[in-house]
Design a protein around this ligand. Structure first.
Ligand code: GLY
Ligand code: MN
Ligand code: MN
Length: 438
């Protein structure tokens, strides 16, 4: 199927699920509002705009402001498409391209036109950020939680169209990753690497699904390091890059870690790569992600012992919580329209919470793995000063080989992150496929 066929299929499936859902919840329809850019306090500029994710689920218009989509059971979806009269900005242009067929499209300049076209709103649910607008227009069901839970649940299962977008996003991100590694090896600063990434992946900064994490040496010990050092490192040891791409609103979220030269850190990176590949091989339909996360702690414990970082049996390293000082985050999360996609910690479409175990509060995915899901697998091992300081007061602090820790601390840490699409009979590694094809 080509893209427009895949997309028509995607919209038809969404329409079917949503119609059933609206009827069950007693709504005549649902209006999804894309939103509008937030202004900066006391300024006449606005922050970059990112559309309501539920709008993006239906439409490949991730930057379209003031769009209204009306969904009603048994009727074609109706899009109110904003075509303002504006000589300050370039408007989005007339609606066109592969995506328009499934919709009845009405262009408007002033939202008042949409308000009168919608008419009586009490039977309609409103899904969007602007609750004040919804109230003014007479909506009484504004972002109703039962509806949002159901919509979030649906987003956990990707259509063929969504997978096509995610594959493209991976390919773009990998082009950026290749250029970034080269720039690092050529002596580039974090800032240089960031620019090389943007150029090679064909994205401007606002188009990234999240701020690039471009971390040389100890900066890699900051999990979401947000700066870009302009200085050129004299003799760097290591480079961690966590950077993605967005295609038609769908995200890639990829991390790679590189050692500058052969040696202990390079061996640790290679060992972690092995661990990551084994975890990926186990991340298939029916698996428990909570169990996989716990298994990651056992694997990290083995590495800590093998690399003589802590002299304790792996079981004790996990039991005493020492592994959490080196690997403090979760193994991964659902991925799609949002990088940390919704619906990872619920047991059912009604939104019954499925929280992670107490000792793993940062695990974002607790649902059993099912066909159609797309998720990340991203184990890590870091030398984080604040956590190491805490470890010094641990009853087993003497078992830590602090000299070895000091030797590795300048390298910051390791994370290796792939994006997986789960099929009934196999797991597709979007990331490694993209690297293999680049
Ligand atoms: N890039 C953020 C994450 O990996 O979850
Ligand atoms: Mn991630
Ligand atoms: Mn990431």
């Amino acid at each position: 199927m080509n893209l427009s066929e895949l997309y028509a299929d995607h919209v038809a499936t969404l329409q079917g699920h949503t119609a059933a859902l609206l009827e069950r919840l007693g709504y005549a329809g649902m209006v999804i509002y894309s939103g509008t850019a937030t202004g900066i306090f006391l300024d006449d500029h606005a922050l970059p705009f990112y559309a309501n994710p539920h709008f993006k689920h239906w439409l490949p218009l991730p930057r379209h402001q003031h769009g209204f989509l009306l969904i009603r059971p048994g009727k074609r979806p109706q899009l109110f498409y904003h075509s303002p009269v504006d000589f300050w900005h370039l408007s989005d242009g007339a609606p066109g391209g592969f995506w328009t067929d499934p919709f009845d499209i009405a262009e408007f300049a002033d939202p008042v036109e949409v308000q009168s076209a919608l008419g009586d709103t009490p039977g309609l649910a409103f899904v969007g950020e602007d609750a004040a607008l919804a109230q003014r227009w007479g909506f009484t069901a504004i972002n109703p939680e039962p509806l949002l839970h159901e919509l979030n649940w649906l987003r956990g299962y990707k259509s063929g169209y969504e997978l096509a977008c995610l594959r493209e996003a991976s390919q773009l991100a990998v082009a950026g990753h290749r250029a970034a590694e080269q720039c690092f090896r050529d002596g580039g600063s974090e800032f240089d690497i960031h620019l090389a990434y943007l150029a090679a992946s064909g994205q401007r900064e606002n188009e990234l699904p999240y701020g690039n994490i471009i971390a040389i040496d100890q900066h890699a010990a900051v999990l979401h390091y947000q700066h870009l050092d302009r200085r050129h490192p004299a003799s760097p040891d290591a480079f961690l890059i966590d950077a993605g791409a967005e295609v038609r609103g769908y995200c890639a979220d990829i991390t790679r870690t590189y050692a500058a030269r052969p040696g202990l850190f390079a061996e640790l990176v290679a060992a972690m790569d092995e661990v990551q590949r084994r975890l990926v091989a186990s991340a298939s339909v029916g698996a428990s992600f909570v169990e996989l996360h716990q298994r990651t702690h056992q694997a990290v414990a083995l590495l800590l012992q093998l690399f003589e970082i802590v002299d304790l049996a792996p079981e004790s390293l996990v039991e005493t919580g020492i592994t959490r000082s080196f690997y403090p985050h979760g193994l991964g999360h659902l991925l799609g329209i949002q990088v940390h996609d919704v619906g990872g910690q619920v047991a059912d479409p009604q939104g019954t919470p499925l929280p992670p175990p107490d000792e793993h509060p940062f695990l974002r995915l607790t649902r059993p793995l099912e066909a159609g899901m797309v998720l990340t697998v991203e184990p890590g091992l870091y030398f984080i000063d604040t956590l190491l300081a805490g470890l010094r007061h641990h009853p087993q602090a003497k078992a830590v080989n602090w000299e070895r820790v000091e030797q590795l601390r300048p390298c910051g840490g390791i994370r290796i992150e792939d994006n997986l699409a789960l099929h009934p009979d196999h797991t597709e590694n979007l990331t490694r496929d993209a690297f293999a094809n680049s």
